[in-house]
Design a protein around this ligand. Structure first.
Ligand SMILES: Nc1ncnc2c1ncn2[C@@H]1O[C@H](COP(=O)(O)OP(=O)(O)OP(=O)(O)O)[C@@H](O)[C@H]1O
Length: 475
């Protein structure tokens, strides 16, 4: 056995045959035609199990007619003891029954030595890819199971301590190197683009991250933006235009707002993903897709697919890997962290000292639903910092922002507008009703008097007086 350069693939390919000339010519062919360099050879089939025990071998190519231990017997032993190892038979025997028996024993493929060289090379490459996908999958599963991030620095721009967000990071890291598409879903402003940037960083791709917002692009503009055109492709095309797919070569193409894509553009995108090639307008030479595709949407594509406005085949293709970023209101702990982060960032950007937020601000924000998510919080903080004058940040701009962006009260009568006493047989007294109301407001405001007073529409001193009056007399 002689070890050769350990380069590609990451696992070793072992060629087993008792004819040294065949071993030499096969390894040379695999090296020169397929770029496979991580190859070892073995002339004595009795040594194979020992070599497998040392580890690192992912694929075995074996002959059938060998002295001492036949290829078929060896195949049986490998399948039993190393089922994760892929085996390919390359035999001198052109017998259908033997081939069927080998496949039943678990061989991945069966070739005859007189087969076309291209066929053998193609079969080996198929097995290598399959093995790579298996290893990829195993690595992904173990990373997900461990829950630990190998490169937390890739997510440094994303401020969070939320468990669900950390799970999103673990998943994103696990699939970052996969060539398959990734779909990022979540409400507007939750940080989907930041996740796409982190995945690109983790992918190890040399190329750029190219972002295209596809919302509002009609089909012609979509095709031109993605695929580009050659000079003279249409009237006015006096310059060649490189499409974004080409710009993103060896990198990532991030298609934002994918839920807004028109049906004809969906067909074009599906073709790109299925065939792995595209034609710039006016060009009859296909170009290869060399970019990894990430898409994002705030829409429910499953619903769009049921309604017939999003193609099912594209939907399933795009969500090979899928990650959902939770809305900000579901991660209240992050609100305080993000408030502090944006206060520092805004103060720095505006060349001011970081203001101190009033104590009740964080509690107040936690009660807000943030329809615009982190983007909305960021805008609120920047606005407040830009207008504040004192050392202490005022609540005013936050109250105003929340008042303005709360969704309008629905048409249907809300419970608060119905008469809560209508069903009572015995009415409570005025003071009992007021005490219940005050207790409920304090509960909803998490004990914050300023907030509770706002909910009741009275001043804070007035609320304070009522609270004191409600306290039981000391005995
Ligand atoms: N966890 C976070 N930490 C720091 N900044 C964040 C975080 N999440 C979002 N942001 C900031 O909020 C803004 C919106 O984020 P981003 O553009 O990634 O959201 P999105 O989900 O892609 O929005 P849309 O659906 O509208 O495209 C950006 O300025 C981003 O930097």
């Amino acid at each position: 056995m002689n070890a050769m350069d350990q380069q590609y693939p990451t696992f070793r390919i072992l060629l087993v045959d008792d004819e040294p000339a065949w071993l030499k010519s096969l390894s040379l062919t695999l090296r020169s035609c397929a770029g496979l360099t991580n190859i070892s050879t073995c002339q004595d089939s009795r040594e194979v199990m020992g070599l497998l025990a040392q580890g690192g071998i992912g694929l075995v190519l074996l002959d059938l007619t060998m002295p001492h231990l036949s290829g078929e017997e060896l195949l049986k032993q490998v399948a039993e003891q190393y089922p994760e190892t892929t085996t390919i038979v390359v035999s001198g025997l052109n017998q259908l029954e033997t081939a069927v028996r080998c496949m039943k024993l678990g061989a991945f493929d069966y070739f005859i030595k007189t087969d076309d060289e291209d066929r053998i090379v193609g079969g080996v490459l198929r097995a290598v890819r399959m093995k790579e996908m298996q290893l990829d999958y195993l690595e992904m599963s173990s990373r997900l199971a461990s829950g630990e991030l190998q490169h937390p620095d890739a997510f440094a721009a994303i401020v969070t301590a939320d468990r669900a967000m950390l799970n999103v990071f673990a998943y994103a890291e696990a699939v970052a190197k996969s060539p398959q598409p990734l779909m990022i879903t979540g409400e507007s402003g939750v940080g989907k683009e930041l996740i796409a940037q982190a995945v690109h960083r983790l992918s190890g791709c040399r190329g750029k991250l190219v972002t295209v917002n596809v919302a509002g692009l009609d089909d012609t503009v979509f095709a031109d933006t993605l695929f580009g055109h050659v000079r003279g492709a249409f009237t006015g095309a006096d310059q060649l235009r490189r499409g974004m797919v080409e710009e993103a070569a060896d990198g990532t193409l991030f298609l934002d707002e994918i839920g807004d894509l028109s049906i004809p553009s969906q067909v074009k995108l599906l073709r790109l993903l299925q065939e792995g090639e595209f034609f710039p307008l006016g060009c009859d030479q296909p170009r290869r897709l060399k970019a990894r595709i990430i898409v994002a949407t705030h829409q429910n594509l499953m619903e769009k697919e049921s309604a017939g406005t999003f193609r099912r085949d594209l939907f399933y293709r795009l969500r090979t890997h899928q990650v959902h970023v939770p809305p900000l209101r579901e991660r209240p702990g992050d609100i305080t962290l993000l408030l502090d982060h944006f206060l520092r960032e805004a103060a720095q950007a505006l060349g001011r000292k970081k203001p101190t937020p009033p104590r009740e601000l964080a509690q107040f924000l936690v009660m807000y639903s943030f329809p615009g998510n982190v983007r909305e919080l960021k805008a609120m903080v920047y606005d407040a910092v830009s207008i504040h004058r004192d050392r202490m940040l005022s609540m005013e701009s936050f109250l105003k922002a929340v008042g303005q962006s709360q969704p309008p009260v629905k048409e249907s009568p809300s419970p608060s507008r119905q008469n809560p006493f209508a069903g009572f047989v015995d009415l409570p007294t005025f003071s009992d009703a007021a005490a219940f109301l005050v207790a409920e407001a304090m509960h909803r405001a998490n004990g914050n008097q300023t907030m509770a007073a706002r909910l009741l529409g009275i001043s804070q001193p007035a609320l304070n007086k009522r609270l004191k009056a409600m306290r039981p007399e000391p005995v």
